[in-house]
Design a protein around this ligand. Structure first.
Ligand SMILES: Cc1ncc(C[n+]2csc(CCOP(=O)(O)OP(=O)(O)O)c2C)c(N)n1
Ligand SMILES: [Mg+2]
Length: 273
């Protein structure tokens, strides 16, 4: 990836963060921290890697993305709107009555959402099934998914991990958004998941651990992951919860689901200019 492309995608990340702050800010409350930490991963996937067509969201053989940490829906909606799956103005309806953009992803409501998620552990399990289905259909699709570090406390995540390795699902490339925070505090204090890389390796996955806010590192890891012939890949994204807005980063786990005042919305947008 050349320097210009990296700069372009970094700009895109700033823009997506602005959309996230704006949509949650206009609602007044939401999952800010865990949305902001996903942005570079989503941007590399949606603007560089995935075989998708926003004008034809159900295109046969498309790549799929399952946001297993479904509470970060606002981040994915910002990306889908910017890609043209629906009008950017729809972001103002986030989590309001009759919206197509509920706080957690719903495949029956939102164009571009391929799997409903929000009950932690279920999304990655569905992604494993989708990767197996793609192998059976031989449609050459890649299935991408993202779990949270706190989500990895769910036993179901490890059942999915085992099944994916057993089935040699090298078409499954997943990310852990390793922001080291969950709902109530630091993951390491509540129920530690470290060493997270060794756990995925022990379950038979190909594993990378990288700076989750580096466009270049994420892209390179995906290219490497695609060389796997017999294993699913986990790319551990070492991230910061609330990334991009200093006063939100400084809140730690208190930014998980937080009220956003009009003053905070404007202050955050200023910083993301
Ligand atoms: C099965 C289940 N239990 C509890 C919750 C409530 N919940 C939503 S987010 C969250 C914390 C998740 O932490 P993490 O996976 O680290 O998310 P992130 O830091 O990326 O926001 C919890 C407990 C849920 N959505 N699903
Ligand atoms: Mg977390």
């Amino acid at each position: 990836m050349d320097r210009n492309e990296i700069l372009h995608l970094e700009d895109k990340c700033r823009h997506i963060r602005r959309l996230i702050i704006d949509e949650i800010g206009k609602l007044g409350v939401g999952h800010v921290g865990g949305s902001l930490s996903t942005v570079e991963g989503l941007v590399v996937l949606y603007y560089k890697v995935m075989n998708i067509d926003p004008k034809n969201p159900k295109m046969q053989g498309r790549d799929r993305f399952v946001l297993s940490k479904g509470h970060a829906g606002p981040a994915l909606y910002a990306v889908l709107a910017d890609k043209g799956y629906f009008d950017v103005s729809e972001l103002d309806t986030l989590n309001k009555p009759e919206t197509n953009l509920p706080s957690h992803c719903d495949m029956l409501k939102t164009p571009g959402i391929d799997m409903t998620a929000g009950s932690l552990g279920q999304g990655i399990s569905c992604a494993v099934g989708m990767a197996k289905a793609s192998k059976i259909k031989k449609d050459n699709a890649y299935i991408y998914s993202m779990v949270g570090d706190g989500e990895c406390q769910e036993g179901q995540v490890w059942e999915a991990a085992m099944l994916a390795a057993h089935n040699k699902l090298n078409n499954l490339i997943a990310f852990t958004d390793n922001n080291r925070m969950q709902i109530d505090g630091p993951t390491g204090e509540i129920l530690g998941v470290d060493p997270i890389e060794d756990k995925w390796k022990a379950f038979g996955w190909n594993v990378f651990s990288i700076d989750g806010h580096s466009i270049e590192a994420i892209y390179s890891a995906i290219i490497e992951a695609k060389k796997s012939t017999d294993k699913p890949t986990m790319i551990v994204l070492n991230t910061i919860k609330g990334k991009g807005v200093s006063f939100i980063e400084a809140m730690g786990a208190a930014n998980h689901s937080m009220p956003v005042s009009e003053e905070q919305r404007i202050k955050a947008l200023e910083e993301l200019k």
